[in-house]
Design a binder for this molecule. Sequence first.
Ligand code: AGP
Length: 367
Amino acid sequence: EDLELTGHEHYMRKEMLEQPDSAEAVIRGRLDERFGTARLDGLNLAPRELRGFRRVKILGCGSAYYVGQLGAQLLEELARVPADAEAASEFRYRNPVIEPDTLYVVVSQSGETADTAFAVQEVKRKGGQVVALVNVVGSTIAREVDGGIYLHAGPEIAVASTKALTNMAMAFAMLALLIGRVHDLSVADGKRIIDGLKAIPAQIREILGQEGEIAELAREIAGSQSAFYIGRVRGFPVAREGAQKLKEVSYIHAEAYQTSELKHAPLALIDESMPTVAIIPDDDLTDRNVAAAEQVLARKGPLVAITHPGVDLSHLGIRSIVVPRSEPELDPILLTIPTQLIAYHAALALGHDIDKPRNLAKSVTVE
Ligand code: AGP
């Protein structure tokens, strides 16, 4: 049944719409409300081992790498452990230093991406400890690592990943919770994140309910040659993934920038023909994000904001996609959902083969 289109025109749309259920599946039985932590037995890491890691290095390719950037932010924010993400496809070529007190986390939907599997081997060859966030049970990467978290997103057929990416982000939040709680994250903060995670499936459903309006905006973007996606800090991985998804299925050139970098060059490209999708959450940087949006509009650049209730953009005279607020650390998970719908509906308007974009494969099993 899962493998059938069940009345949907495309797997990508079916898989986007499955997200409330698949996001529910990844947290099922894994949230420990009493102690404000996560139960991730598959990691095979005792609290003392978890506590011993002084750093986390995340490795993945493509969109999995971008979710890894979000994962690194979650780990730093919730666990206060230094963390960063790197493209697995580059990792082994720079003869990386593998540290015994670093936890290596690879992330892959298919579990078959060759570049990511080679990164696992590089870590293991040098005696490092590596765990994986993987969707496909029993896949090559799942078999090669010391432990992991299965994503339980169900089969993903469309080349453009959606529900698996959402579950990767949810899994990173749980990993950050677990590592946070063996460090200094309080029970109260742990519970706050748990409540946030539990609310996400219904909040995704709410965003998917705005598909009609988002499709309209997407059709406008579909008329362009090129687009910018901009966001800051937590919003930047959202912008990167948004640009990636648009390129992948609509073939429209899209670039992601930190909003703060606009003035350092890309602003030169803004005119009537260059739409910008701006990620403007309700956070400490809202005013700065709004100021950047004003700069785009002053140069006649069409602008779409993905924002939160309570962010007043009325003076800009633009159309916005308003997503529900989560806990601030989890906001990027919800802010990403409209970018999937934008990419899908732009591709649909252009008549592309959405589930099998040209030149791309679902899992890249060659180098
Ligand atoms: C995502 O939409 C892309 N198809 C692609 O970037 C993908 O995320 C990447 O190839 C990694 O795949 P994996 O998660 O199966 O390892």
